[in-house]
Design a protein around this ligand. Structure first.
Ligand SMILES: Nc1ncnc2c1ncn2[C@@H]1O[C@H](COP(=O)(O)OP(=O)(O)OP(=O)(O)O)[C@@H](O)[C@H]1O
Length: 174
């Protein structure tokens, strides 16, 4: 289904682990009534994986299984998808791609608090320094639907929720 046939938009919120995707998506879902889809949780719950990566300490998701699982829901619209990758989703699913960005020192602090191994910590900090998720989004989606938002402070989180809530509402009014 093309974007214009959806009554409610689909958003993707992406960014390096720890930038605040889940926190933002959860608040935005409450504020808009849209459905929050945490892809990491979905993969675990429905076993949509293909093994475990011991280096990155995460499941290796099966992209085809994930896309098949989500197709019907996404075609109806009204979803906020939360995941630290974006290139394997069909381009037609999304009306907006939000890339959260966090300063290295702030991100380091957040990820250290999670008890990550040194290797995982370094991988994630490098991912943020090299803007891996933003590049991935730019390679996969039209640049005019991509928006970067800062996610350093609670004030950032509130203003991001407000901005995206307004965007969703104006989109639905049209
Ligand atoms: N804008 C922000 N200001 C201050 N703290 C934040 C902000 N965003 C998130 N946090 C905090 O940072 C931690 C990580 O947030 P969250 O789990 O939402 O990130 P995530 O990007 O979804 O991570 P992952 O990809 O690993 O699931 C949480 O403790 C959260 O409370």
């Amino acid at each position: 289904m093309m974007a214009e046939e959806r009554q409610q938009p689909n958003l993707l919120v992406t960014g390096t682990p720890g930038t605040g995707k889940t926190s933002l998506c959860s608040l935005l879902a409450d504020a808009t009534g849209l459905r929050h889809i945490n892809v990491g949780e979905l993969v675990k719950d429905k076993r949509l994986y293909d093994g475990w990566d011991p280096n990155l300490e995460c499941y290796i998701l099966d992209e085809d299984l994930v896309c098949d699982e989500l197709e019907e829901t996404m075609s109806k619209g009204g979803n906020i998808v939360d995941y630290h990758s974006c290139e394997f989703f069909p381009e037609r699913w999304f009306d907006a791609i939000i890339v959260l960005q966090t300063d290295n020192s702030v991100l380091y602090e957040r990820l250290s608090n999670r008890g990550y191994t040194a290797e995982k910590l370094q991988n994630n900090i490098e991912c943020e320094i090299f803007q891996v998720l933003l590049e991935e989004a730019r390679e996969s989606y039209s640049h005019d639907i991509i928006k970067t938002l800062p996610s350093n402070t609670i004030e950032d989180m509130s203003s991001n929720v407000e901005l995206l809530k307004n965007w969703v509402q104006s989109r639905m009014a049209n």
